[in-house]
Design a binder for this molecule. Structure first.
Ligand code: RTP
Ligand code: MG
Length: 140
C-alpha cells in the first residue's frame, strides 16, 4: 500500500512552551521520522483562536480554552509525512492528560492541575480538512 505525503498543524500550547518542553516535542516528531517544514513562535490574537476553535464555540470549556491559549506564546509547526495527521495524534495521546497513555506526549508530561480547562501541551489537526484550514490560519 502506498500513501501520499500529508501535512499537519502541530501547536505547542502555552503550557508546553512555559515548561520548556518544545525541544522534547520537536525531538519526538523528528525521532518518529516526520519532517519539520516550517516553525514560528506566535502570541496568538483572540481572532485567530476564535477561528481555530470555531467548532467548540458555545461549549462550557470554550472561554477558558481561548483564555489559556492567549496566556503566552505558542510554537506553531508545519509537519510533513505519510499519514502524519493520524500519526501525530497518536504521539500526542488522548485529550485528557490524566488518562493519556504513558509513552505519549500528554501521558508522559501532562496531568490535571485543577484548572478550568485541560492543559494538555499540544494540538494536532484531526483530519485532512482541518489540517488544510488550520495551516492557512497559522501560516499565511
Ligand atoms: P486539540 O484540538 O487541542 O488537538 O485537542 P483534542 O482534539 O484532543 O481535543 P478537542 O476536543 O478538540 O478539544 C480542544 C481542546 O479543548 C480543551 N478541552 N478541555 N472538558 C474539558 O475541560 C475540555 N475539553 C476539551 C483541551 O485543551 C483540548 O485539547
Ligand atoms: Mg481537536
Amino acid at each position: 500500500m502506498s500513501t501520499a505525503i500529508e501535512e499537519t498543524l502541530v501547536l505547542v500550547k502555552p503550557d508546553g512552551v512555559a515548561r520548556s518542553l518544545t525541544g522534547e516535542i520537536l525531538r519526538r516528531i523528528e525521532a518518529k521520522g516526520y519532517s519539520l517544514v516550517d516553525i514560528r513562535l506566535v502570541q496568538a490574537e483572540r481572532s485567530l483562536l476564535a477561528e481555530h476553535y470555531a467548532e467548540h464555540e458555545g461549549k462550557p470549556f470554550y472561554e477558558p480554552l481561548v483564555e489559556f491559549m492567549e496566556s503566552g506564546p505558542i510554537v506553531a509547526i508545519r509537519v510533513a509525512g505519510n499519514r502524519v495527521i493520524e500519526g501525530f495524534r497518536v504521539l500526542a495521546g488522548t485529550t485528557d492528560p490524566t488518562t493519556a497513555a504513558p509513552g505519549t506526549i500528554r501521558g508522559d508530561f501532562g496531568r490535571d492541575w485543577g484548572l478550568r480547562v485541560q492543559q494538555n501541551l499540544v494540538h494536532g489537526s484531526d483530519s485532512p480538512e482541518s489540517a488544510e484550514r488550520e495551516l492557512k490560519l497559522w501560516f499565511s
